[in-house]
Design a protein around this ligand. Sequence first.
Ligand SMILES: *Cc1c(COP(=O)(O)O)cnc(C)c1O
Length: 838
Amino acid sequence: MEDHGTDIDLPDSLHGMDDLALDMRLISSHRADRVWHRVNPELWAASRNPWAVLKSVGQPELEKLGNDEAFVAQVRALIEDRRKRNSAPFWFPQSQAAGTLNLTAYFSMEFGLSEALPIYAGGLGVLAGDHMKSSTDLGAPVVGVGLLYQQGYFRQALDSRGNQHELYPFSDPSEIPVQRLRGNDGAWIRIPLEFPGRTVYLRAWAVNVGRLWLYLLDSNDPANDPSDRGITAQLYAADPEVRWKQEMALGFGGWRLLRELGLDPHVCHLNEGHAAFAVLERASWIVREQNVPFDVALTVARAGTVFTTHTPVAAAFDRFDPSYVIGYLSPFAAEMRVSIGKILGLGRMRADDDSEPFNMAYLAIRGASRVNGVSWLHGEVSRELFADLFPRCPLEEIPVGHVTNGVHVPSWDSPAADELWTNAELRNQWRGVPTPIVERMEERPTAELWQMRNCNRERFVGWARQRLARQLTIAGAGADRIDEGQRIFDPEALTLGFARRFTEYKRTALLLHDPDRFARILTNPERPVQIAVAGKAHPADTIGKAMIQRWYAFSQRDDVRSHVAFIADYDLLLAEQLVNGVDVWINTPRRPWEASGTSGMKVLVNGGLNLSELDGWWAEAYTPAVGWAIGDGAEHGSDPNWDAQEANGLYTLLEHEIVPMFYNRDQDGVPQDWMARVRKSMGRLTPQFSSERMVRQYVDDIYTPAAAAYRTRIVDNCRVGSDIQRWREMIANYWSEVSFGALHVEPAAAGHDFRVLVSLGAIGTDAVHVQLYATAWEHGAAERIPMERGDEVVRRTFAYHAHVDSPRPPNDYTPRVVPYHAYASFPLETEKICWYTR
Ligand SMILES: *Cc1c(COP(=O)(O)O)cnc(C)c1O
């Protein structure tokens, strides 16, 4: 699957340029920018779509370009660069994982690789795009799986009163950088999906991301019933049944496509629960190929499945009416020879509670061997969210860890930042080459950093003026307003940025809590401040839309109009310009609702600073040396008094610290204190919150052990998988026979001796561990002290003992029996625990 061949007739000198246009990794290359700009500057500026740009030129123009030596040299250099980058990865081949990890399939409902490919809505998709880009940079073996939406997510237009209008422009597959997939026989690949009373066919597409591929499915096949052709029309369809069908297409269809292409990834990474059906489909292949029961197949598939959860609220999990499960999955259950109740149970807290909906996050967690949240704080929050699935488990043992998100740094740097990092010989960091970033940053002259900042801000102001003028023209504004838009902002003034989804928890109107006070901050003649604001509200979110209107109305006030711009249609292109340009990025979510947040990470490489609530990634990144924080690091619900207090804190920080620091200049006009923070933020945080670090962490800590566990379970016709499944069934059937007898505690040496009787019933001594458990104490972690088995005092009742050297009172230690199997994961695969009760 290397060369798809395109239908563009390129002159010999430009041979290979079509591959450049189709490579979504190159989207972020400033050198490639110059090439596409040269080909068609207008279309390039408007679309950022190299494929459309290339297809827009006629044959005579192509021939002319092919004879332009300077241009040809640029193109050849890019092609050579790409070849080198793709053929010689530095990191993965040298990593521990190289010998053991064959391939990870990364499933996501959305991918934000470029605005040329509008199949994303927001943070989740951008994260998936950055995951793909860093994977290719590092040489990690990953294949993406997603859906190709004809209209994607909506585009936003604002009318002259600040009302949001939603537009759904149609993407013509021939003009976006995707290629239809053909099988070995040359025929187009079509993936059949059984729906009640009919077969729906999914078309398959490939998107190139450096050395990797992202495969997409869509249902707009002429063979389908008209009602089915629209299944993949829009991202996050409002109709729950359409959403269900989309998730079936992604999970069942996606895994089927991989197998059709001859791929058998040992690891399947579910980026959010939407794709959880992939686990069922994967298990069904194991059933057929290994000839084992469905339960065993699921136990094998689980070992190689990773689930990343992204939400801090249970209400955001995808839940479906159980009738869909019965209607759509009964044939699947019959083929797998299991009851539909069994399938239903995988998505429920209580399998037989017929009032309970089918929860995709539960299916994902039951189908995975590794589960993680997306920041340290979100890990904690997720353990609480999933605690009910593990009712006897202490919170810290709920099997959800965290891998903090990161961003693909080369996609988010400005041309000036690119130059600075290149001069500092730090660019290869993002390909996994170790570089002393902090030290090199310390060596850069302050004047050079300050010059980059000025350059970034100036470029952004120029861009914002053009964009605003166009926006005003389209909204039908008068000539004087358009003229004002063309002169908005001051390239030297402190520039704030605020862009995100307009939804309640993001508290997008917190800065407008006291509009007059904020206006005074903006318009101080000695120390002017300006702010660019952007964001979409979900079409059904009236609160979000009202917040957009408030910002819009504020931006129209006579006193602040040249200091405030609401820029419509927040997307990757707008995000890139914003994070390149702003001095301070502001984020005001209601803790702990921001699972991670990534937009603030995008300013780091460009020398922007963060002013944010202590939530998501900022809760682990913040120190006073690198930025500013609001809030007290605790949760306060939606208490309006607390919101008011935080708004006050925000204003006070701006008035007394941030604005004065920016304008406090030395004799050369450089704000030394400010730049000290910029330097620290760039050096310390950029690598830590990069997707390069994130992907390495997934590969080393999650994918590699998951792949090994999967292979252990599947070899020898699923020998270990079958054994684990038998063990799980034994634990489930006989756990009620486990009980404690008397406990004796005696002081001994510096601590205590513990002795307890344990009856195990039909469960063998090898299938359990008996421990003393103590919760975390002072600064220590929780303790789990193994108890040793002594004599069998009565049939199947054993004496266990342990000695504990600790100043802690003995009552802190509670004996418990937990299920044990060398290859199973506890408590993910069985949530049983028997506690001694005092
Ligand atoms: C980075 C990004 C996001 C995610 O932003 P957060 O507010 O940090 O979650 C959303 N949309 C776009 C277009 C982005 O580039």
